[in-house]
Ligand binder design. Sequence first.
Ligand SMILES: C[S@@+](CC[C@H](N)C(=O)[O-])C[C@H]1O[C@@H](n2cnc3c(N)ncnc32)[C@H](O)[C@@H]1O
Length: 369
Amino acid sequence: MFEPRDAPYPELKKTHTMAHLGRPFTDFKPPAAAPVWAAIEGLGRYHLLVAALELDLFDTLRRIGPSRVEQVNAQVGASLEHLRTLLDSIVVLGLLDQVDGVYDLNDTARRYLVSDGPATMADLIPVAPGPHDNWTRLADTVRNGRPATPIEDDPAAFYVPLVEGTFTTMYRCAMRADLKLRYSALDAPRVLDLGAGGAPWSIAILHGNSTATAVINDLPGVVDVAERKLAEHGVADRAELLPGDFHTVTLEPDGYDIVVLGHVCRTEGAEGARHLIERAFEALRPEGTLILADYFCDDDRKLNPHAVLMGATMMASTVNGNGFTARQFSEWIRAAGFEAIRLIEPIGFQQQFVAIKPRWPTMSTDMGE
Ligand SMILES: C[S@@+](CC[C@H](N)C(=O)[O-])C[C@H]1O[C@@H](n2cnc3c(N)ncnc32)[C@H](O)[C@@H]1O
């Protein structure tokens, strides 16, 4: 006897019409093109923001307050229609507000985009992706295993504006890290800051602990930024500059209570990163602390897009740089001899491995045959 049965996938029968989804009664729903458009628009989005900064739009709006495009243009002196298009685009990027034709800063712009915002990224944005030309030649870089113009060819040209731009965030992070590390409670700690940039970590520690002293290393030309920042923060008298290559510069063994490797490992490749960790170990006195900041990928390299894309940025513009996983870093840190390894995140998206050099050399557990 014939028994009427439900069609398979009754929901699909209702919703899979030709009009909506192509052929009816198939399980295939075409994926959205949105991720492709996001990639295409990425180039434009970045350059829109760079242009807005070059034209001083955020600082102008801060100075003159909520304004129509004509009022902004009276300050900027651009093509009115082009300026309107730029402003509207910045609004849809979520970086300005517009109501009834009046443009104004929003909270994001106030914090990150005006030049004296509390966490300004205005100087960082133009330089953060590395030399722009390297991105247009990325396929060649992947083919050849090396960028045509790596930043190592002229490190000061790249790093001076970069470390100016990253200082605010790293300084804030280093200040907050005291809640986890209690460097302010140490008695006359000696700090070694390798590849210090503007020396945000050292300056935070020197501020937090009036008995601390620091040795600040960076490349000649870049170390001048640290010298200026130390003076601006009134702590230059407790800091000594050590210009030179962090792989080869002479370091006092067993001499420091804290060694900082702040965002220096990912440009060095696995071998270079391990070498820096080993150098940090040798420079620390027993019970001294390593602070290693970076952007760490997860094991599958897909859950932390910022870290993975930072790795791609390293690939695009450095000889050895890449993104590494938290597991790789923790293995390298352990292999160098450290113990009590932990990961801290004093502010959002800024993580550091913290590890202690043991009081006694670790005994090998391999007893031999
Ligand atoms: C991304 S910045 C990090 C600056 C700072 N440590 C921080 O956490 O904000 C990397 C720094 O490493 C420095 N650097 C790169 N290669 C170096 C080398 N071979 N020797 C010493 N410093 C180096 C750069 O000049 C730059 O200041």
